[in-house]
Design a protein around this ligand. Structure first.
Ligand code: HEM
Length: 416
């Protein structure tokens, strides 16, 4: 191999332990030490290319160069994603399935979601006023579980709310865990899939009618490229692909609360917000705090990029956290500064907490607009519609455990 093709390589048999030790910073640390946005290593017993930065993101989202089938580790499929979901599809099949998701993200449907989210927050805050102490993360998961089910047209009996919130939470909390914490996520997925499959069968048998245009209504009627309806299991996986990540927004709401606590001057700016400061604040929370560390794909066919050779089927990781903290893109990336977004020129590859590129053609998160809307309603409650205190507690968050959640899950008191 000539020098021109050399990708900096981390020497050694396997570096999975370093990944576990360094977590969100694993790729960024090596990009710094190699002075390169791309390097090769060995993880999970395989050769892996790691890359970060906006140029790397642009090629990663080129669907001629990368594919997703079989790219996700089995432990993530068994907990986070489920089998045969949109995340694992390519080309025409992916495009059609992704349209199914994006069809429920219309302004009208998002408006419905905003109304439901406000109602659920109000209901919860009224309840919290009677409570000595509230564990915000758990309670917000319940708000979002109710919101998600009502919006998606999934009937949820009151006595099932806590169980379902916990199960959906276990699915995204367990993907990178080991032992019992990982198995909790697998069991949760098996149970929730079974429950949703029964609902799908009931709808198809005509016993239940989900609200028109809701996710449930659309997904049950969706047809594959071959003209057949999606099978029951796949409908359940895709419905869960709506419910689970809506509940996961609880993590961002914990980080909104943390940012309000650590940067109290921001609260004043938000209170007197007559412009779009709330949106700038939300974007900065999504950039600054850790959530998804990276995304994975396989090289679709051999290609060259900047003189580097990418060989077919090589596992490739794109550094999401590191790209959001890349000094070539962000001034002072370790400073929390919402105003940086005031003059930010829109670019599909600079700011990628929920993936990059185009929503319809690629794998960028289908729920990014929805996430921002839910965060806006939540921030309005936290700043303008309630008062509360944060008692002494451990507010630290790990840069290793994925996903990272503040240690105390944020306890609040004296809600008024
Ligand atoms: C909680 C905040 C969220 C974060 C941090 C997040 C992050 C992500 C990331 C990193 C991806 C993968 C992008 C890629 O593979 O290149 C993704 C994909 C996806 N997300 Fe989200 N997401 C969030 C919320 C949501 C919500 C609320 C929904 C739906 C209501 C949603 C639905 C999806 C779907 C369906 C995909 C797969 C898209 C595809 O493969 O084409 N996400 N998300």
């Amino acid at each position: 191999m000539s020098d021109a093709n050399y990708i900096p390589r981390e020497e050694g048999i396997d570096h999975t332990l370093s990944l576990m030790r360094e977590g969100y910073l694993y790729i960024l640390n090596r990009r710094r030490s190699f002075h390169s946005d791309i390097f090769e290593t060995r993880l999970f017993g395989k050769k892996v290319i790691c890359m970060g930065g906006n140029e790397a993101a642009e090629i990663f989202y080129d669907t001629e160069k990368f594919k997703r089938k079989n790219a996700a580790p089995n432990r993530a499929v068994q907990t986070l994603f489920g089998k045969n979901g949109v995340q694992s599809l390519d080309d025409k099949e992916h495009k059609l399935r992704k349209e199914m998701f994006m069809s429920i993200m219309s302004p009208e449907e998002l408006e419905k979601l905003i109304i439901i989210t406000k109602e659920q927050w109000q209901f919860a805050v009224d309840k919290w006023r009677q409570m000595d102490e509230v564990i915000l993360y758990d309670e917000v998961q319940e708000i979002l579980c109710r919101t998600a089910c009502q919006w998606a047209g999934v009937p949820l009996p009151e006595e099932e709310v806590t169980r379902l919130s916990e199960d959906l939470g276990a699915m995204f909390e367990s993907a990178a865990k080991v032992g019992p914490n990982h198995w909790k996520g697998r069991n949760a997925r098996n149970q929730v899939e079974k429950w949703v499959e029964e609902l799908v069968n009931n709808v198809r048998a005509g016993n239940v009618q989900p609200p028109k245009n809701s996710a449930f209504d659309q997904f049950v009627r969706h047809r594959n490229l071959d003209g057949h309806l999606l099978d029951t299991e796949t409908v359940a996986v895709e419905i869960i692909n709506i419910l689970r990540p809506i509940v996961a927004i609880a993590i961002y709401i914990n980080f909104l609360t943390l940012a309000l606590h650590y940067y109290p001057e921001e609260r004043n700016k938000l209170k007197s917000d007559h412009t779009n400061y709330a949106e700038l604040f939300i974007q900065e929370v999504r950039r600054f705090y850790p959530f998804f560390p990276f995304v994975s794909a396989l090289v679709k066919k051999d290609f060259m990029w900047k003189d580097y050779t990418f060989e077919k089927d090589t596992l490739t990781l794109l550094d999401l956290y590191g790209t959001n903290h890349d000094p070539n893109i962000w001034d002072n990336p370790e400073r929390f500064n919402p105003e940086r977004f005031a003059n930010k020129v829109e670019n599909l590859y600079d700011f990628i907490p929920q993936g990059g590129g185009d929503y319809f053609m690629g794998h960028r998160c289908a729920g990014e607009w929805l996430t921002i809307e839910v965060m806006k309603v939540s921030l309005d409650y936290l700043v303008n519609k309630m008062e509360f205190e944060l008692p002494k507690q451990d507010l630290s968050y790990s840069m290793v455990s994925m996903p990272s959640i503040p240690q105390s899950r944020i306890v609040i008191k004296n809600v008024k």
